[in-house]
Design a protein. Structure first.
Length: 295
């Protein structure tokens, strides 16, 4: 937005450690290079911007802006007077509550967060828009509904959640086994399930093994009718990749989290809402009785 940058052909930004901006960018808009990533639109009123993923000390002093990510402190050290300080954060208040203190956000020239009031809002809905616009092509890789197992949970973040995720997963597993006489169960992957996590991929879905954890996750989900998609927060507007990964795999997300979830999915019936503090018996019955995917 700055007048002296509008005339530039390329705006150079540098991301601090653990910002991971390039990895979250829509690949249709951004391409990786030896210096970082180049995008046609980074949310600023400029033709093109380049984000340096491993900036040198000299880079930090000369780039047009620095992209920060929350840590124990909120430093803003500008390399030159006109340099931008941008806060990029895709998490909710529960993980870094200090980030959402109005005075702290005011330390930055701009912030990219999930809240609606952010001028440069970060949204997983936007991140996956291209995939849903090309959904017919995506569906070609799906496993037929009748050949899928019932439900899967892939969880790596064992903390920072207010949706009783662990308890919900364990209760659904218990009910499934009880209602089917042990013939069905919850398949659990990820580091939060010792003994049933990463090693299970080798035995259950060896064709899905990948160094790319998201690629591996989507491949696994294609083999299940339902997928646990419980977000880490119940904050309005906070909808993460979990629900979209399930949908793009042809699985129905078992969802709990943002109260306004229907504003962020293709259709109101695209998810099956889970009562995190109530009985899950009806949910399990519905899963077991489903003969075909929802429309």
């Amino acid at each position: 937005e700055k007048a002296d940058c509008k005339a530039k052909k390329v705006v150079r930004l540098a991301e601090t450690k653990d910002a991971y901006v390039c990895s979250y960018m829509n690949t249709k808009k951004g391409t990786l290079s030896s210096q970082g990533c180049v995008a046609a639109d980074c949310g600023f009123d400029t033709p093109e911007c380049q984000i340096l993923t491993s900036p040198t000390k000299d880079d930090m002093k000369t780039v047009d802006g620095v992209i920060y990510h929350p840590g124990k402190k909120l430093p803003v050290e500008k390399g030159w007077a006109g340099q931008w300080a941008v806060m990029w954060y895709g998490e909710s208040e529960e993980k870094h509550p200090e980030m959402y203190v109005k005075g702290n956000l005011a330390k930055y020239d701009a912030h990219v967060i999930y809240k609606k009031e952010s001028r440069y809002r970060f949204s997983w809905t936007q991140r996956f828009r291209g995939d849903f616009e090309n959904i017919e092509s995506v569906k070609k890789g799906w496993v037929e509904w009748g050949k899928r197992r019932t439900v899967v949970a892939i969880v790596s973040n064992c903390k920072y959640h207010t949706t009783n995720r662990t308890a919900v997963i364990e209760e659904i597993d218990r009910l499934l086994q009880a209602k089917t006489g042990g013939k069905d169960r919850m398949y659990m992957f990820g580091s939060c399930h010792p003994g049933r996590g990463k090693d299970l991929v080798k035995t259950e879905h060896p064709q899905c093994r990948s160094k790319d954890r998201y690629k591996e996750k989507l491949c696994i989900m294609k083999h299940y009718k339902y997928a646990i998609s419980l977000d880490n927060s119940r904050s309005p507007g906070y909808v993460t990749e979990k629900v979209y990964h399930a949908l793009l795999s042809g699985a129905v997300p078992l969802y709990a989290g943002a109260p306004d979830i229907t504003n962020h999915i293709p259709h109101p019936s695209a998810v099956l809402s889970v009562p995190v503090n109530g009985s899950l018996s009806t949910i399990v019955d519905r899963m077991l009785q489903a003969r075909e995917p929802p429309p």
